[in-house]
Design a protein around this ligand. Sequence first.
Ligand code: SF4
Length: 263
Amino acid sequence: MNDYLSRTGRIFDIQRFSVHDGPGIRTIVFLKGCPLRCKWCCNPESQSHAVEEMTLAGKTKIVGKDVTVEEVLEEVEKDRVYYKRSGGGMTLSGGESLLQPDFATGLLEGAKDIAINTAMESTGFADFSVIERYLPFLDLYLMDIKHIDSAKHKLFTSQPNEKILENARKIAEYKGTRLIIRTPVIPTFNATKEEIGAIAKFAASLPGVEEMHILPYHRIGSDKYAGLGRDYSLKHIEPPSQELMNELLQVVRGYGLKSQIGG
Ligand code: SF4
């Protein structure tokens, strides 16, 4: 038996048949716990590592469950036939998978051992010595770069960005893992040509990076804040218009990057 199969970690969901967060049809494993507190986060139940209660539409559910690598891989394997046909696989999401390295690297190594494609959606906010453990088992790193200005990054996400930018360069330099940059477009935070342009310029400077996706702000998930007894601080913000998103798309493409709206 492979030693990683008995490792345990905390997840809050497994979503099958996703066509986002990587190529083809994918199973998304949502790990619980995140070091950031983005004001727009559509999965606020992902942020705390603790098991919590969340009430939605009058129903209370427990969010967070401890599982083994083996249990998750059994679920992931169910759709192998769809991955094969579509070029899909397993994506780790969250929360932030970098907070549970033994479990997350066990999932990635396990998936690779059974020939399943791997991707991870991540902020890259960790010591590079942690990230380095993931890369040998990772086909695609979908990395969020939310702002180039560290003070503004901290104001809206609770953390500065120096470590994230430094890690983006190191991940880009690693041969064998493809890196795609993703940027949520949040009015009042970064939804201007200058701010998105600064991120695109940085992304285009990373070796081997050819793609940057821009993801429009939306309100899906805002009711979860009340369900967790928390306040949603971006109530006053409207999603960006299609016209603005198209303009930002052109800005990103102007830096020679392939780009799309949405992930
Ligand atoms: S990094 Fe992602 S999961 Fe973490 S708080 Fe921000 S949006 Fe939410």
